[in-house]
Design a protein around this ligand. Structure first.
Ligand SMILES: [Zn+2]
Length: 120
């Protein structure tokens, strides 16, 4: 039992070393601090531990519009602060429309978004 624990511990140390060396792919730069933003299971998060920037994939904003918060959208938001998204669902009309999702980050705990719709 004791030996097994020691071995497991040693293995974890090895893992840490390789994790440290490995470069995770980033999807863009953090709008707050400029550090790389990585994709996690549930969110897109800033790699800087002291930075609280995170965009949740299940954000209500996207859920209400029945839109998947894809890495493509996240990358566009990080790059230009905007992402063109098709077939956004409108609970008001029950229809879908094309619009631009705008990153409206106020530096708070949660990142905000809003929609810009091009009017003809
Ligand atoms: Zn950051």
């Amino acid at each position: 039992m004791a030996r097994e624990l020691v071995q497991t511990h040693a293995a974890v140390q090895e893992d840490k070393k390789s994790l440290f060396r490995e470069e995770k792919p980033s999807i863009g730069k953090c709008p707050r601090c400029g550090s790389p933003v990585h994709e996690g299971k549930k969110s897109y998060y800033c790699s800087n531990r002291e930075c609280a920037f995170v965009m949740w994939k299940n954000d209500r904003f996207f859920e209400e519009r029945k839109t998947a918060f894809s890495p493509k959208i996240a990358a566009a938001l990080l790059k230009s602060g905007k992402a063109n998204v098709k077939k956004l669902y409108s609970p008001k009309t029950g229809k879908t429309y094309d619009g631009t999702v705008v990153l409206a980050d106020t530096g708070g705990k949660y990142v905000n978004y809003r929609i810009e719709v091009r009017k003809n």
